[in-house]
Design a protein around this ligand. Sequence first.
Ligand SMILES: *Cc1c(COP(=O)(O)O)cnc(C)c1O
Length: 397
Amino acid sequence: MNVYENLGITPVINASGPVTRLGGALMKDDVFKAMKEASGYSVSLEELQGVASQKISELTDTEAAIVTCGASSALTLGAAAIIAELNLSRISKIPALSFTPEFLVAHHQRNSYDRAISLTGGKIINIGLDDITSGAGVRGVELWEYDLERTEHSVAVLYTIGDKFVESDLKFVVDWAHQANLKVIVDAAASLPPVENLKLIPGTGADLVCFSGGKAIGGPQSSGILCGQKKLVASALLQLLDWDEHMELWNPAEGILDKNSLAGLPRHGIGRGMKVGKEEIIGLLKALELFTPEEVEANISRYLIILNHIIENIKRLKVHCELNQELGKYPVLNIQLDTESSQQNAFQLCQRLRDGHPRIFPGHGRLNENIIQINPACLKEGDESTIIQRLNEELKM
Ligand SMILES: *Cc1c(COP(=O)(O)O)cnc(C)c1O
């Protein structure tokens, strides 16, 4: 019996990929070993974040970086950093500020993680209309539309990278924002692989970029990265760490915080409840070390074998299989049910797979199109045979 079974919980077959609801990525042994070792010592968290900054800023080509407890937390800390910078009064007041800082967000980029920004007291302002996404026309949100909503309280543009990273699009927004004296914070949580995006996204000139550590990087589930401009990263760190310390004794993290720029040590900031353990920092650094183009390449080959094997063994069923593989990204298998001949639709099939023995959680992002998805990233040895068997049982005529 494993630790879960001891508690009466049966682990599931995760065909959804490293989603948070199912616990994120499966960590590699080396990551897990590093975390275990990390837990056996006491260290200065600030010093550790300082070293993490050096390593991660090198990988992302940025001035500084910190490890957060996820991309969502990186968004909150990044927004708080943009609002306060090193202003101790603002740091102490967030989220109850005397003004409402505004974050401009293109209409089609609004999503559930906006909440991470609102947490700071900031307000999300909807920008423009997107006729491309709605299919009603040929124009997406345009720069002049940001201008329409800009006020004296606007502080930044929040830019979320969805499925596709379009470098030129982000660059246009960054150039516009900087000329309007606004910062740009990018939610790039799920923009990996390709590994190159670690550098390409900050390379657009965006002031802050957030990545998730517990998705493709394969780090601890509760880890993430905030990287970018040094002054902003310093502010984020100031609002994250525990400051139960005397200013006289304080020895700032090398390379990030500057004692001379502060009148005193702030009290706990908004990030205190989002603390990052030494184990997570070490685990993420280890995972980043292993997250190389070669490893991604090898994973893609392995995933393609798995998915093609599944296709080969379900193609006689009344389904239409489509292997979705974009260059440099991890492939996903879309299985569209034949509405005519199938007794069940994708919602029902998804439910039956989840409720079966063993429980299988297929990707459920396109159920409305009668598609279930197989994301191979979190499958374990033998899972593909189980998936094949269950699909055959459920969909046989
Ligand atoms: C997953 C995700 C997040 C949150 O990342 P965590 O590391 O789980 O906090 C934020 N934004 C987007 C677009 C995501 O896909």
